[in-house]
Design a protein around this ligand. Structure first.
Ligand SMILES: NC(=O)c1ccc[n+]([C@@H]2O[C@H](COP(=O)([O-])OP(=O)(O)OC[C@H]3O[C@@H](n4cnc5c(N)ncnc54)[C@H](OP(=O)(O)O)[C@@H]3O)[C@@H](O)[C@H]2O)c1
Length: 292
């Protein structure tokens, strides 16, 4: 049985939907914190069990009988992500799974300026010494995060952020499709993968230009210092920890940590990846057309 964690989250859910297209539901299980949110999957024949990375007992039950476990990295605030991932890997091992897959990041690096990248690198070290075959899927930077960074710039016409560098924005949909291939087509992705990215890396100036075109009005990119950005987030009520984390993202992108572009994702999908322009086009509503 293939078991996917985080199936009530965005990526995990898409992976399960993809699996359901070519795998019998009785061969799919999900480990979720709130089974109620996955009741529709249960109705479709998927095994739904409660599993929290912070609760080893629940996890061991949720992963029981797994042949492969795909661990969707945690987004838990406060708790140590690495310790949560360690307990998920441990439970997968106890379940007897022959292979563990993990949603890592293209920027995974113990010396990254962006804290989650250091957590991914530490998790990969745990995978390497787990004694179980593993695939660490080094996902491109979510296109969704680029849209989030644009924030209210679409309404205000001003896109304020620190100096940045190019980022390989990649969609959840393409990544989820690649994860399904990794789970179902043996041997196509093993160990630490190359960066799973779309075909180009774009900085925030380029995002502002694309958004301006789509929005039908100019969005001006305004650069502030890291400290100004951090202070403005805190003034808006963002917890200091998150503000610090966000600033790290810009420092890392300036350092070129998310600039790599690799053909691996498109080779896996056997088609072009969804571009940032296509993604933003599907999410930014067009200006009202004149009735004349
Ligand atoms: N590649 C990138 O650029 C990028 C950007 C941002 C994040 N990420 C990583 O990619 C992951 C998946 O992305 P996403 O968009 O699907 O995020 P998401 O919608 O927030 O989903 C995260 C999933 O992780 C689950 N989770 C969190 N803490 C857990 C715990 N202690 N035990 C078990 N499950 C736990 C959540 O459970 P609930 O459904 O119960 O909340 C949720 O299902 C994120 O969690 C994050 O680690 C990657």
């Amino acid at each position: 049985m293939i078991i996917v964690t985080g199936a009530t989250g965005k990526l995990g859910r898409m992976i399960v939907e993809g699996l359901l297209k070519n795998t019998s539901p009785d061969q799919i299980g999900v480990s979720v914190r709130d089974p109620e949110k996955a009741s529709d999957l249960q109705e479709r024949g998927v095994r739904v069990r409660k599993g929290d990375f912070g609760d080893g007992e629940s996890l061991r039950h949720a992963l029981e009988g797994a042949s492969q476990v795909l661990i969707v990295s945690s987004n838990s605030a406060g708790a140590s992500a690495v310790e949560l991932h360690r307990s998920a890997i441990e439970a997968a091992k106890v379940s007897g799974a022959q292979r563990i897959l993990y949603t890592s990041h293209m920027g995974s690096n113990p010396n990254s300026h962006f804290a989650p990248m250091r957590d991914h690198a530490a998790t990969e070290e745990i995978l390497k010494t787990s004694g179980v075959a593993f695939t660490s899927l080094r996902n491109g930077f979510y296109a969704e995060s680029g849209l989030m960074l644009l924030g209210d710039a679409l309404q205000t016409g001003t896109f304020t952020a620190p100096e940045d560098g190019p980022v390989s924005w990649t969609t959840h949909a393409d990544l989820a499709e690649a994860m399904v291939i990794a789970l179902t087509e043996e041997g196509r992705l093993d160990g630490l993968t190359a960066a799973l990215t779309a075909a180009e890396a774009l900085d925030l100036n380029a995002l502002a230009e694309i958004a301006s075109k789509l929005n039908g009005r100019e969005i001006k990119r305004v650069t502030v210092t890291d400290e100004e950005y951090r202070a403005s987030m805190i003034a808006r009520g963002v917890p200091e920890m998150w503000a610090n984390l966000s600033v790290g993202l810009f420092a890392a992108s300036r350092n070129g940590e998310f600039a790599a572009v690799d053909p691996m994702l498109e080779n896996l999908l056997r088609r072009p990846a969804i571009s940032m322009e296509e993604f933003l086009g599907s999410r930014i509503s067009k200006p009202m057309q004149s009735l004349q």
